[in-house]
Design a protein around this ligand. Structure first.
Ligand code: ATP
Ligand code: MG
Length: 337
């Protein structure tokens, strides 16, 4: 999906540049009819450029000389004259210059002197478009910056951890922060969040989603229920929109996040087979897949086939994180206001 999205956006950049060039052409002919002196000036400008180019062809040793037009004195003077003529006749001085939406990349999408990299305007566009494909809402509220460990109780967790729920969540935050810093080169491409309701699993998926989108990668986050509804419709009802989501989204997106695994409608072998296909295909392509579930590992084994759980529990490729403690939604309700 990233490539398709990227080429769609770049096509739009190209179209915008062509539009601007056409608009400039119209401005040029308008001005030439209202300021005849400008026509002569432009002709001198064009012949000065042509002279420079000819000189370069005849004397290749000039190649190392600076031939940037704005650094050339004569050309510079002509340009200045052009601007003042425009202003004298009531036009803005840059009326005959191309207008750029982004002055850094000049609307090409790529910037940099030696090595061309995606310009930040292009990354932003990729990010914005990804939001459209995904169930990614409220990332402005649920992100690493707004992570608040004070909402978790500061009592020791049962078991061996010795940590309080708050400390435990702080550690999870650090671990996932480092994960997103290393993204996309993490040796383990999958994350599995398990734990009961209200422990902050979806919140941390959102933190990761925002961080990964901000790096310019695509993210598709979808609840397991919706995912399998789309898959079912695309397999049996031939709905083009669902097929697109399956073809372009689920298999191609840089990071697929399946939230609430286990809440989907169970349809005999269909669910397990489709889930295996997704996990396996993405594993083979070395793509990231993050899942959250209220089911325990034992439940997952019961719910899905061995093929699915062997992929899910493959610790070479998956980091399994257990969320523990008290439901923060209940805690918030109980807290005095
Ligand atoms: N680190 C955090 N900082 C601030 N708010 C949080 C944090 N973690 C969770 N919350 C808030 O607590 C509530 C429950 O969190 P969340 O939805 O992530 O739980 P969950 O584990 O996904 O639950 P479920 O299994 O029911 O989907 C949400 O309102 C969420 O915004
Ligand atoms: Mg959740």
């Amino acid at each position: 999906m990233k490539d398709k999205l990227l080429s769609e956006i770049l096509r739009e950049y190209d179209a915008y540049r062509l539009e601007q060039q056409e608009a400039l052409r119209l401005r040029e002919s308008e001005v030439q009819s209202t300021i005849p002196e400008l026509t002569r000036l432009r002709q001198s400008l064009v012949s000065s450029f042509a002279e420079k180019a000819r000189a370069l062809i005849m004397n290749p040793e000039l190649e190392n000389m600076d031939i940037e037009p704005d650094k050339d004195k004569h050309l510079d003077e002509l340009k200045k004259k052009e601007s003042s003529l425009l202003v004298q006749n009531g036009y803005p001085e840059d009326y005959l210059s191309l207008q750029y939406r982004c002055s850094v990349c000049r609307d090409t999408g790529y910037a940099g002197d030696l090595i061309k990299e995606k310009c930040s305007c292009l990354i932003q566009r990729l990010v914005d478009s990804s939001y459209r494909f995904s169930e990614l809402y409220g990332l402005d509220k649920e992100n690493f910056d707004s992570f608040d460990s004070d909402i978790f109780p500061n009592h020791p967790l049962p078991g061996k951890t010795q940590l309080t729920q708050k400390e435990y969540m702080e550690q999870l935050r650090t671990l996932l922060w480092e994960y997103q810093e290393a993204y996309p080169d993490n040796p383990r491409k999958s994350l599995l969040f398990t734990g009961k309701t209200g422990l902050g699993k979806t919140f941390l998926l959102n933190c990761l989603a925002k961080a990964i989108l901000d790096k310019g990668y695509t993210v598709l986050k979808i609840t397991s229920y919706n995912l399998f509804e789309h898959l079912f419709r695309s397999s049996f009802q031939n709905n083009p929109e669902d097929s697109l989501l399956v073809k372009d989204g689920i298999f191609e997106v840089d990071t697929l996040m399946i939230d609430d695994l286990g809440t989907e409608t169970r349809r005999n072998n269909f669910t397990a087979e489709e889930l295996f296909n997704i996990l396996n295909e993405r594993y083979l392509k070395r793509k990231h897949t993050f899942l959250s579930t209220n089911l325990s590992l034992t439940d997952l084994r019961e719910y899905y086939s061995d093929r699915v759980t062997s992929r899910l529990f493959d610790t070479q490729n998956t980091i399994i994180l257990h969320f523990q403690g008290q439901d923060v939604r209940l805690r918030a309700k109980r807290a005095p206001t």
